[in-house]
Design a protein around this ligand. Structure first.
Ligand SMILES: Cc1cc2nc3c(=O)[nH]c(=O)nc-3n(C[C@H](O)[C@H](O)[C@H](O)COP(=O)(O)OP(=O)(O)OC[C@H]3O[C@@H](n4cnc5c(N)ncnc54)[C@H](O)[C@@H]3O)c2cc1C
Length: 413
């Protein structure tokens, strides 16, 4: 049996892109629903370091790149949301650190690199005098320079949970197998059919073969790595995606100091040698989450070898830290983006609209508000809002699909 329902817009994927867009769409009066195949944030968003970038790291080569320009205005926009004055009220979200730093060893070349980066950017970058170092760097036993960037770091679980809570009744967990799209006589997206009831791995409800059909004027794919499967199922012609892998490392130990810094190496690479953020695990213990060049060059490296590399790097950068007895872990994760001819990272958020289907990639967590602007502008001219707030459809779908809940951070899985 197939039950039929109707809404204005169906968003697929409950990472930052899908949840942000759902909030903007509903705030603007569209009847939109979000379908998530796993836990909210399960893929890239909860794996991200939560840094809201002002672009300095993209200017490390000494020149203003397009990427640096595009992203420079975003921290102020996010800060307005966290202050409760922006486009979405995020005042109840947790900011992990109001400051993000760049730490470079005392070498001349490193200092020059940070200097050129700072000069070429809109955002203010300040050299921090030694007597004003934050507590972790104040204990440094080696010489180094610290720069405060316009960046800051957010707690992604709290961000997702606020975005979910605002429109919880519009978010459902679905089984991603056998999603089928139908077009109308003019070739435009008109409906999606899904298996009724459950997500993968959960007990199937009443009738295993029941399906649900949802009519909508737009189908928006914000499914990260899952976008390509949806693009193929929809028969979109143009868009394609690319994956760029990382192998991230985390270390957990009681008493770890609070570190939010890119550590710049001697090799003038565009990627910081190490990018560190500090989080709190479910058991209350501090966790350092380690990315940057360590994670890029760690792809395909066996876990124990990567962890040894991380230990050596930290001993070199922060020799005053004792990590004996710490708990270590690492995991592979792909960054999913719009496909670029040379496989490089796109400079901005990208989406492609075709026949009522939209495939969207924020490229960075930071760029999500810009992605939503673009998608909303695209919809404004072409989607007719249904009357009412869609409550009957939401109530009916709630009888069919379970609620989507938040996934866990990797160190708590
Ligand atoms: C290790 C790492 C660190 C990063 N750090 C930062 C950072 O510090 N700052 C920054 O700005 N950016 C960072 N990024 C980039 C940022 O995390 C991503 O650009 C952003 O999270 C992508 O969000 P998304 O919603 O598009 O995708 P995702 O977060 O991947 O969400 C996609 C969702 O779609 C769901 N899904 C998949 N298939 C289907 C389907 N068929 N139907 C329904 N749902 C489906 C998935 O379960 C998932 O929940 C980082 C990325 C990585 C990998």
């Amino acid at each position: 049996m197939t039950a039929s329902h109707s809404t204005d817009i169906v968003v697929f994927g409950g990472g930052i892109a899908g949840l942000w867009l759902l909030n903007r769409l509903r705030d603007e009066g569209y009847n939109a629903i979000l379908l998530e195949a796993d836990g909210l944030g399960a893929a890239q968003t909860l794996a991200s370091q939560g840094i809201i970038h002002g672009g300095l790291k993209y200017a490390l080569g000494g020149s203003v790149t397009d990427a640096a320009n595009t992203i420079a205005a975003l921290p102020a926009r996010w800060r307005a949301c966290f202050d409760g004055t922006g486009e979405i009220d995020l005042s109840s979200c947790e900011v992990l650190s109001e400051r993000y730093y760049m730490w470079s060893s005392a070498s001349y070349r490193s200092k020059i690199k940070a200097f050129f980066g700072s000069k070429s950017l809109q955002g203010r970058v300040q050299a921090v005098p030694r007597d004003e170092f934050p507590p972790f760097f104040a204990e440094a036993t080696v010489e180094g320079s610290l720069y405060a960037l316009p960046d800051f770091a957010v707690d992604t679980p709290s961000l997702l949970s606020v975005l979910r809570a605002r429109y919880e009744a519009s978010i459902f967990k679905v089984d991603p197998r056998d999603i089928r799209f139908t077009r109308d006589a003019s070739g435009c997206a008109s409906s999606v059919t899904l298996r009724a009831g459950t997500g993968i791995g959960e007990a199937v409800r009443d009738a295993e073969n029941d399906t649900v059909s949802i009519d909508a004027q737009r189908m928006i794919f914000c499914a990260g790595k899952g976008n390509q499967t949806l693009i193929d199922a929809a028969g979109m012609r143009k868009p394609a995606s690319q994956l760029r892998p990382l192998n991230m490392v985390w270390v957990k130990k009681a008493g770890l100091g609070s570190v939010f810094a890119h550590c710049i190496g001697e090799d003038f690479s565009l990627t910081p040698k190490l990018t560190v953020t500090t989080h709190t695990a479910d058991d209350g213990m501090p966790v350092w989450y380690l990315g940057g060049e360590l994670a890029e060059s760690g792809v395909g490296v066996p876990d124990d070898e990567l962890i040894e590399r991380a230990k050596r790097l930290i001993a070199d950068l922060f020799p005053w830290v004792d990590l004996s007895g710490a708990q270590w872990g690492c995991f592979a994760i792909d960054r999913a983006e719009a496909k670029m001819a040379d496989g490089s990272r796109p400079d901005g958020a990208l989406f492609i609209a075709e026949d009522g289907y939209i495939a969207a990639w924020p490229t960075k967590l930071t760029l999500t508000p810009a992605l939503a602007d673009g998608v909303l502008a695209e919809l404004a001219a072409s989607v007719t809002k249904q009357a009412g707030d869609g409550t009957p459809t939401l109530d009916a779908l709630a009888q069919i699909f379970p609620k989507a809940t938040l996934a866990k951070a990797h160190w708590d899985r």
